[in-house]
Design a protein around this ligand. Structure first.
Ligand SMILES: Cc1ncc(COP(=O)(O)O)c(C=O)c1O
Length: 367
């Protein structure tokens, strides 16, 4: 198993290193005061410090179900399992499907790839284009495998988004073969133009739709969820019980308290979208000035810019970059093989304007 380069880097970088590596939200945008107020309420009740139910506290599942219903995706609280980040949802689902075959995108999220390896899932990568997975390849492989892991909105690492035509094709294929999709959607709320309709909403009984508060509120709370049909949720809950009995109750109560004011969360999401769009625009502008040979598509949301430096071995380059106190993730990390790769993933949400300029100048100088 490849140890996550990102995790390794997060452990080894010092304060002077400018990091475009992690998928970190901007700390200045955490709604600390509102979360502090919510925590204060939660801490008044000693019952909140007790063990709780495995599938997650009911009022929070009700609120998450409402997010779906508001978008026309019919969902009951019993369709929701609250997990310790969406990372745990992925682990539980992989356990549920262990030893099976699964279609994944090429490139894909390393955290999921490692989970699939650990649970002995046989991964079949299909090329990912900027408007989504290659449909011909997908259809030919999915028809026999009937299981796929996809990140349709603001992909990690590719920053791409599936177009509606490809979403419709996938829906047709899933329905035709009565298979399943695992739709991982931690970045879906971070759109700059408009929110796309999830694939899962058209195949509600044949999908696992994963959400998370990590990218919208705070990753440290470690709260995510999976939406699936009730029968599957029961099976997943049994697996979750064996792992940790339940996700952190205090975090769940804090989120529930915070979300009682629906408007506050809506406004917070609007703020995030605006700030991240500005950050993306600035990053792209500096990127074009400092690294004009970097070929990429401008992201429509999410946290990353992904592209290629034709003919440059970006993994070799990153060790030079580390010496010069700047770091990014070489694209090769997101592929199954160990082939040389000229792609790079940059995170643009975490750095300041100064860091963006200085960091990209450092990369330019090494080149
Ligand atoms: C595509 C994807 N899925 C899942 C996760 C895990 O997120 P969390 O466990 O914090 O919800 C991440 C984190 O970066 C991610 O990029």
């Amino acid at each position: 198993m490849k140890r996550s380069f990102i995790r390794q880097i997060l452990e080894s970088i010092d304060d002077e290193t400018i990091s475009f590596a992690g998928g970190l939200p901007d700390e200045n945008l955490f709604p600390i005061e509102d979360l502090a107020k919510a925590s204060e309420e939660v801490f008044k009740n000693k019952k909140h410090f007790q063990y709780t139910i495995s599938n997650g506290i009911t009022p929070l599942r009700e609120k998450i179900a409402k997010f779906y219903n508001d978008e026309g995706f019919e969902t009951k609280p019993s369709n929701i399992l609250i997990t310790t980040g969406s990372q745990q949802a992925l682990f539980i689902i992989a356990k549920y499907f262990q030893n099976k075959q699964i279609v994944i995108e090429k490139p894909s999220y390393l955290g999921a790839v490692n989970i699939f390896k650990m649970n002995n899932l046989d991964m079949k990568p299909v090329s990912l284009e900027y408007d989504g997975i290659n449909i011909e390849e997908f259809n030919s492989i999915y028809s026999s495998i009937k299981l796929a892991y996809l990140i349709p909105d603001f992909h990690n690492p590719k920053a791409s988004q599936y177009c509606q035509t490809k979403r419709d094709e996938i829906i047709k294929t899933v329905q035709e073969h009565k298979g399943y999709i695992i739709e991982d959607a931690p970045y879906s709320e971070l759109y700059f133009e408009q929110k796309a309709k999830s694939i899962s909403s058209e195949v509600p009984n044949n999908s696992f739709h994963l959400g998370s508060f990590s990218k919208t509120l705070s990753p440290s709370l470690r709260i995510g969820w999976v939406r699936a049909n009730e029968e599957i949720i029961s099976a997943l809950t049994m697996i979750k019980e064996t792992i940790d009995l339940h996700s952190c109750g205090i975090s769940q109560y804090i989120l529930d308290e915070y979300l009682k004011d629906e408007n506050r969360y809506k406004k917070h999401l609007e703020l995030l979208r605006g700030e991240y769009k500005n950050k993306m625009e600035y990053f792209v502008e500096v990127l074009q000035e400092e690294l004009p040979n970097f070929v990429f598509e401008k992201p429509k949301g999410g946290m990353f810019v992904y592209g290629k430096l034709e003919g440059v071995d970006t993994k070799t380059l990153v060790y030079e970059a580390l010496k010069k106190k700047v770091v990014y993730v070489p694209g090769g990390e997101f592929y199954l093989g160990d082939e040389v790769c000229d792609e790079i993933r940059f995170n643009y949400t975490h750095s300041t304007k100064d860091e963006v300029r200085v960091g990209l100048q450092r990369v330019k100088n090494i080149l």
